[in-house]
Design a protein around this ligand. Structure first.
Ligand code: COA
Ligand code: AMP
Length: 631
């Protein structure tokens, strides 16, 4: 007999329009849709065409209008500034409406872009919601990216306004943001008309007269109301690493996003209105967009905006303190946070010092969760620990344990079952469906459910080429894995050159581009190698030009500095080694996968296509000098 999950899943594939119309029912629409799914132009699909909606209305005004204005919408908990601040739905709405009015005054209107380059402060959330309120399209750039990366995003999004802050705070270091912003605008082709700067007490930024506005002046504006927009209009652009040096501008639409995230809060995370939900991530990543800002607010929950780390704060029990102090029911974070906690507190002795009575479930995503970490967390927290799998592109889980509907048996290492709307298949390279248990390319039969990217910003062609061309009729996830005899999904790793460092997605091609720009570098390759805390870290393999000027060590130091300067500290690029040659196929493709296996100590076969097998021994020797494989 089918369980509740299986019935819901089957219905979502058989009658998707009925399923998602039902999910959309309790939300606020200015005008209803002409049809739920527009499938007249495959492989491009649109959800809820004809409908008019406003995302900010559904996140804030709806709750105030329905009498929930005094509930806490957001708790800002910042161990790095020793601040805790609470905002009710009414207070947050007031601030967002004023910020929206300020943006209007700067000339922002429907369809204009607003880039947000901010640390984890409430003003960042206010700016996102304010932009949504007036139908503008926000693009949040993660604070750990350097000026060049910000410039690339500014050039692509062409924002009318950039909102930033004087600084971020990394545990006990002040990171001035304004010089990075100024430098980005200096090197960008497109020049935004206005910058809005939040001056934090820890650092005062120099302002450029005529261009820069103080956040406080922006907020001194008449409140602006919600602008109804088409459900198919973009809500935001979020850039993510692709297989080239250029990031991809993932577009999120308004209507599908609203429906899918609201559905997920109740049915996956199992949280109800009024409960406290915490996604310990950053608003610069998709997890932060979906589950710090939008999902919990759509659902009428209290969300936590945490400015700090899982470890390395003055309080080794930081996570348990937050859960107990604010009554968190569900926590969502990356496995790396738990590996770091476990390293500092292997016996979990800090957990017992806090009352975690409200805590029901832990969700992990962003990278593969090793079973060991999952089991450690489950044993010490005594709650279900759920690994779930998704991507920036999908905006919500493709594979999860739908705990809100029915908690399925947990198999550590698997992300459980496909979520409604995701018809997940495993295909061999020739497009054949793989038998149960056989690893292949994980794809999703079109259409993707609501909430997933309808396209890339200003680039339908790249969208079609990157995601929809390999297997016609299917979306390519670029993850490899298999489905087992119980229908469980096992995600084993990427099929492309993207790596995952501490739950952050990075492109090896982008790092290689920076390395190759060094005058002494003839050739280079970057591979992700296993790291016991961050999951993976990038390691560079450098071939020098015959006439390279400095000694090898000095060049490596230079290269490490260059990557940090160009892409940002979040790359965690700290290891590079000079080699005589790179292992390649006869057609010249670098064998990054084989390098990774050598570094990780995983058994490997010498590829039949290899140009010169002797190079592998040289690479193994270079890695051994660095201490790889690590045991
Ligand atoms: N602004 C500027 N610099 C930043 C930054 C920001 N917003 N965020 C990170 N950085 C810097 C860090 O200071 C660090 O610099 P360093 O090399 O000089 O030390 C570097 O970027 C790497 O940061 P991070 O990957 O966060 O590593 P960490 O060692 O500082 O912390 C963890 C490791 C595991 C504690 C931390 O990554 C964590 O708590 N992660 C879990 C949650 C998460 O972020 N998940 C993401 C998606 S769900
Ligand atoms: P991002 O777009 O940054 O969320 O990264 C998405 C990629 O991270 C996916 O394509 C996977 O490779 C990886 N990923 C995310 N969650 C998981 C998970 N639960 N298990 C395995 N890999 C994951």
């Amino acid at each position: 007999m089918q369980g509740i999950y299986e019935r819901a899943y089957a219905q979502s594939l058989k009658e998707p329009e009925r399923f998602w119309a039902e999910a959309a029912r309790d939300l606020h629409w200015y005008r209803s849709w002409d049809r739920v799914l527009d499938d007249t132009d495959p492989p491009l699909y649109r959800w809820f065409p004809g409908a008019l909606v406003n995302t900010c209305y559904n996140a804030l005004d709806r709750h105030v209008d329905e009498g929930r204005g005094d509930r806490i919408a957001l708790i800002y908990d910042s161990p790095v500034t020793q601040t805790i601040r609470r905002y009710t739905y009414r207070e947050l709405l007031d601030l967002v409406a004023r910020c929206a009015g300020g943006l209007r005054r700067l000339g922002v209107s429907k369809g204009d872009r607003v880039v947000i380059y901010m640390p984890m402060v409430p003003e960042a959330v206010i700016a996102m919601l304010a932009s949504a309120r007036i139908g503008a399209i926000h693009s949040v750039v993660f604070g750990g990216f350097a000026a060049h990366e910000l410039a690339v995003r500014i050039d692509d999004a062409e924002p009318k306004v950039v909102i930033s802050a004087s600084c971020g705070i990394e545990v006990n270091r002040i990171i001035p943001y304004k010089p990075l912003l100024d430098r980005a605008i200096e090197i960008s082709r497109y020049k935004p008309r206005h910058c809005v700067i939040l001056q934090r007490p820890h650092e005062t930024a120099a302002m450029i007269p005529g261009r820069d506005t103080d956040w406080q002046d922006l907020m001194d504006a008449e409140p602006a109301g919600c602008v109804p927009v088409a459900a198919t209009d973009p809500l935001y652009i979020l850039y993510t690493s692709g297989t080239t040096g250029r990031p991809k501008g993932v577009v999120r639409d308004c209507g599908g996003h609203l429906v899918a995230l609201t559905w997920s809060m109740k049915h996956i995370y199992g949280v109800e209105e009024g409960e406290v939900y915490w996604a310990a991530s950053d608003i610069g990543w998709v997890v932060g967009h979906s589950y710090i800002v939008y999902g919990p607010l759509f659902a009428g929950c209290t969300t936590i905006l945490y400015e700090g780390k899982s470890v390395g704060t003055p309080d080794p029990g930081a996570f348990w303190r937050v859960i107990s102090q604010h009554g968190v029911c569900v926590l969502f974070t990356a496995p790396t946070a738990f590996r770091a906690i476990r390293r500092e507190d292997p016996d979990g002795s800090h957990i017992g010092r806090y009352d975690l009575g409200t805590f029901r479930m832990l969700f992990l995503a962003g990278e593969r969760c090793d079973p060991d970490t999952l089991i450690w967390a489950r044993e010490h927290l005594n709650v279900p620990v759920i690994d779930h799998w998704w991507q920036t592109e999908t905006g919500w889980a493709i594979g999860a344990n739908p705990a809100g509907i029915e908690l399925l048996p947990i198999k550590p290492g698997s992300c459980t079952r496909p979520m409604p709307g995701y018809d997940v298949r495993v295909l061999g390279d020739a497009g054949n469906e793989c038998p149960v248990g056989r690893i292949g390319n994980i794809v999703i039969r079109l259409p993707l459910p609501p909430g997933c990217l309808p396209t890339l910003w200003n680039n339908d062609a790249d969208y079609l080429e990157t995601y929809l061309s390999a297997y016609p009729g299917y979306y390519t996830t670029a993850d490899a894995g298999y489905i087992d005899e119980d229908g469980y999904l096992w995600i084993m790793g990427r099929t492309d050159d993207i790596i995952n460092v501490a739950g952050h997605r990075l492109s090896t091609a982008a790092i290689e581009e920076v390395l190759a720009s060094h005058p002494d570098v003839a050739e280079c390759a970057v591979a992700g190698v296993a790291d016991h805390i961050k999951g993976e870290i990038p390691v560079g393999f450098i071939v020098l030009k015959a006439n390279a000027g400095q000694n090898g060590d000095a060049i490596v130091t230079d290269l490490i500095r260059l990557v940090r300067e160009k892409i940002g500290p979040i790359t965690t690029f700290k290891v590079a080694v000079i080699v005589a040659r790179l292992p390649k196929t006869r057609s010249g493709k670098v064998l990054r996968g084989t390098i990774k296996k050598i570094a990780d100590g995983t058994p490997y076969r010498v590829p039949a296509t290899i140009d010169d097998p002797a190079v592998l021994a040289e690479i193994a020797g270079a890695l051994a000098k660095l201490g790889y494989p690590r045991r």
